[in-house]
Design a protein around this ligand. Structure first.
Ligand code: NAD
Length: 282
């Protein structure tokens, strides 16, 4: 069994990105800028933003954090996003979710132009991916594809099963696997016969947010198992969707939690930002 090391892979990617950011500056592009807009006091969001800012610094991207209070009005947030959309020094814009309940998330996301949408959440980018054209893919599924690529996992013609159909993970994950010529099955909370479907997977991606949903009897001998889940177990410890200890005995490759997909998500955010900056020069 090969343990897919997301932490190590993400560090390698950050080193590559540092070179690309430096090359961009050397070509006269200036410093690459990522604007991070955070509204409210969600404690988890603060941790995520700290991690993203630190990662930006490491690769030489300047991060501009706009921390707005909980009571920020819709119009005020829209004005900020519109000004960032116009700002040539800002190559990527990230709106940290979730937003306070009084704000209209869809309308705010729509203020971010597709070319600066480094999260890949806009309808245009999702549409481009669905049409198998060049669009910015959401960071977590893109991170999974990068792990599969760097660990030389054959995708073409394989049966990939994705458990979860959210707009930010499961759905774009299924599209990217389809674009890579996998035969894709998407499972969700209403799926019947989950166990049998998962047991037929050559590549199994778990993104349901349910601790230990994927047990060893749901995994084919030799399957590649990717665990996107980030949950807390009864003791408050971080765990994925896969019963790791049992499943690792059957899988040919498996990602741990933590240290699997998680670090790749931030690396792909940086990569999407550098892609956006490079496109802006063309
Ligand atoms: P979500 O709650 O929006 O979606 C969960 C999906 O799983 C839904 O489509 C639902 O139908 C499906 N599902 C739920 N229970 C199921 C069951 N019993 N059987 C089959 N399908 C079921 O969650 P999300 O935002 O897509 O995130 C999924 C998980 O991935 C969470 O644990 C989240 O914390 C984690 N996550 C990790 C990263 C990362 O960087 N590693 C990034 C985003 C999300």
């Amino acid at each position: 069994m090969i343990l897919i090391d997301g932490k190590k892979t993400a560090a390698e990617i950050r080193a590559e990105l540092k070179e690309r950011a430096a090359a961009f500056e050397a070509r006269g592009g200036g410093k690459i800028g990522l604007a991070v807009v955070c509204i409210g006091d969600d404690p988890a969001s603060k941790v995520y933003i700290r991690n993203k800012v630190k990662a930006c610094e490491e690769v030489g991207i300047s991060s501009l954090v706009y921390a707005l209070p909980e009571e920020t009005a819709q119009a005020e947030a829209e004005t900020l996003l519109a000004s960032l959309a116009e700002n040539a020094a800002v190559h990527g814009i990230l709106l940290q979710l979730p937003l306070p309940a009084h704000l209209d998330t869809e309308r705010l996301l729509a203020k971010i132009p597709a070319k600066k949408d480094v999260d890949g959440f806009s309808a245009q980018n999702i549409g481009e991916i669905a049409l198998h054209r060049n669009g910015t893919a959401a960071c977590t599924p893109r991170g999974v594809m990068e792990l599969l690529r760097r660990y030389h996992v054959e995708i073409c013609g394989k049966h990939a099963v994705v458990v979860g159909r959210s707009n930010i993970v499961g759905r774009p994950m299924a599209l990217l696997l389809l674009n890579a010529d996998a035969t894709v099955t998407v499972c969700h909370s209403r799926t019947q016969g989950l166990k049998e479907i998962c047991a037929g997977a050559d590549i199994l991606v778990a993104a349901a947010g349910r601790p230990k949903l994927i047990t060893a009897d749901m995994v084919k001998e030799g399957a590649v198992v990717i665990d996107v889940g980030m949950n807390r177990d009864a003791n408050g410890k971080l765990c994925g969707d896969v019963d790791f200890e049992a499943v690792k005995e059957k899988a040919s490759m498996i990602t741990p939690v933590p240290g699997g997909v998680g670090p790749m998500t931030v690396a792909m955010l940086l990569s999407n930002t550098i892609d956006a900056a490079e496109r802006s020069l063309k």
